[in-house]
Design a protein around this ligand. Structure first.
Ligand code: SF4
Length: 392
C-alpha cells in the first residue's frame, strides 16, 4: 500500500512485521510524567540512575528529538518468560537472568517499527524510530496511545500480554488521529506486587525506590547494599518478581498469549554458570553478557553479583572447585571483589577461608569483616560474628 499512512494501515504493517500491539497518540509533551520524574529525582528515589532521569525535559517532549513531530506510533513486542530452569547444575550454581534480558527482544521490536517508519517515509513524511532510548519515556507514550494501563508495579500492563513486553515508538510529522483512548486502571484492589517485591522497593502504587530495586542494584556500581544481598537470591541481572506475582501477567503466560520465538544468537539463556562468570577474563565475560547495561562496562560489577549468587545458592558443604574460586577472590586485587568475597565466605559459614584477608587494611574489606553475617543453614558455622577489627 505505497503512500498510505492511515492508522489502520500502519497498525496492519506493524502487526505483519511481528509487533503484538500498535497504537497512535499525539506528540504533545508528557507533562505529568515530567513532574513525576523530577519529583522522584528530588526525593532520591532514582538513586544515581540516568536513563530518562538524565534529561527529563527531553525524554518527555518528542519535539526535542524530531522537530515538527505531530504523532507517535507506539508498538509493543511481547516476550514470554523462559520456563523455570534448574538452578543448580550438578553442584555448579547457576545465576538467573530476568526474562527481558535473556534475548535481544528489541531487535524484533525494531523490525516492526522500522516497517512502519518506511511506510510513513514512502507516504512523504519524516519518521524516526526510538526504542530502548532515553530520549522518550516509552511507557508514557504507550499508555497515552491506549495500549495498556500503568500497573502499581510501574510497568505498562496490556490486556492478554501483561507486562511481558518491550515498547518503542515511531516519531513522525504525519498527523494521525489517535484510535484508542488511554486505558483505565485495571489493577483494582490488587496489591500483590507491593507485597511480593523481595525488598519492598514499590513504596507506593506506581512508585519504585531504585535504592531498593534489585534490578537497578545489579546494574549499579560500587558495593551491593548488604541488607539486600540475601534477598537477591540467584539473580545475576534484572528481577521479574513484580511481574511473576502479577495476576494479568500470570494469566498471559497461562493462557498462551505470549508466543515464544526461537532463541537468537544473542541469547544468554535463562541462567548462567556462576563459576564461568567468576573465571572468564574481562573480554570473554563482557561478550557473554554483551547487551546488558553495566555501569562503566565494568566486568567487576558482574563478578560482584556472581559472588553474592555463589554465597546464596552454592550447595553445602562447598565443593572443592567453588572453594578454590572463593579463595582466589579473597586475594583479588580489587577491594570491591575482596570485600564481597569476604561476605560470601561468611555467608557460606567458611570463616576458616579468610586467612590473610583478616589483616587487610582496605576500608571496604574491613567493613565487611566487622559486619555481622547470618551464615546459611547447613553451613558449619551457623552464626558468624565480626571477625576483624572495626573499620578505622
Ligand atoms: Fe496491578 Fe496487581 Fe499487577 Fe501489581 S500485581 S501491577 S497491583 S495487577
Amino acid at each position: 500500500m505505497p503512500g498510505t499512512s492511515s492508522v489502520d494501515a500502519l497498525r496492519e504493517i506493524g502487526l505483519a512485521h511481528g509487533l503484538d500491539r500498535v497504537g497512535v497518540t499525539s506528540a504533545e509533551p508528557f507533562a505529568s510524567t515530567l513532574g513525576d520524574l523530577e519529583d522522584r529525582r528530588e526525593r532520591g528515589l532514582s538513586a544515581d540512575m540516568q536513563f530518562t532521569y538524565r534529561n527529563p525535559g527531553r525524554s518527555t517532549d518528542p519535539a526535542r528529538t524530531l522537530e515538527g513531530v505531530r504523532s507517535l506510533v507506539v508498538g509493543a513486542r511481547a516476550y514470554p518468560p523462559p520456563p523455570g530452569a534448574g538452578r543448580n547444575d550438578g553442584g555448579r550454581p547457576r545465576a538467573r537472568v530476568a526474562a527481558y534480558a535473556v534475548d535481544d527482544h528489541y531487535a524484533a521490536l525494531r523490525i516492526g517499527l522500522d516497517a512502519i517508519a518506511r511506510q510513513l517515509v514512502a507516504a512523504g513524511h519524516r519518521a524516526r524510530v526510538l526504542l530502548d532510548d532515553n530520549a522518550l519515556v516509552d511507557r508514557a507514550a504507550a499508555h497515552r496511545a491506549g495500549l495498556g494501563w500503568f500497573g502499581k508495579n510501574a510497568n505498562l500492563l496490556i490486556d492478554g500480554l501483561g507486562s511481558w513486553v518491550v515498547l518503542g515508538s515511531v516519531l513522525t510529522d504525519a498527523s494521525l488521529a489517535p484510535a484508542d483512548a488511554p486505558m483505565p486502571d485495571g489493577c483494582g484492589g490488587c496489591t500483590r506486587c507491593l507485597d511480593g517485591c523481595p525488598t519492598g522497593a514499590i513504596v507506593a502504587p506506581g512508585v519504585v525506590d531504585a535504592r531498593r530495586c534489585l534490578a537497578w542494584l545489579l546494574q549499579a556500581r560500587g558495593t551491593f547494599p548488604a541488607e539486600h544481598r540475601i534477598a537477591l537470591g540467584d539473580r545475576i541481572y534484572g528481577c521479574d518478581e513484580c511481574q511473576e506475582v502479577c495476576p494479568p501477567s500470570r494469566r498471559a503466560v497461562r493462557t498462551g498469549g505470549l508466543d515464544p520465538s526461537p532463541a537468537s544468537p544473542a541469547s544468554t539463556g535463562p541462567t548462567l554458570d556462576v563459576v564461568d562468570l567468576l573465571t572468564l577474563d574481562d573480554d570473554r565475560l563482557l561478550a557473554e553478557v554483551g547487551r546488558w547495561y553495566i555501569a562503566d562496562r565494568d566486568p567487576d560489577v558482574v563478578r560482584r553479583n556472581a559472588l553474592i549468587v555463589l554465597a546464596n545458592t552454592a550447595s553445602l558443604p562447598l565443593a572443592a572447585p567453588l572453594e578454590s574460586v572463593l579463595i582466589t577472590y579473597l586475594g583479588h586485587p580489587s577491594p570491591l571483589l575482596r570485600s564481597h568475597a569476604v561476605w560470601a565466605a561468611r555467608r557460606l559459614g567458611r570463616d576458616d577461608l579468610l586467612g590473610r584477608v583478616r589483616a587487610d587494611t582496605d576500608h571496604q574489606v574491613r567493613l565487611e569483616l566487622a559486619r555481622p553475617v547470618a551464615a546459611r543453614q547447613g553451613s558449619s558455622t551457623p552464626a558468624s560474628s565480626p571477625v576483624g577489627a572495626p573499620p578505622r
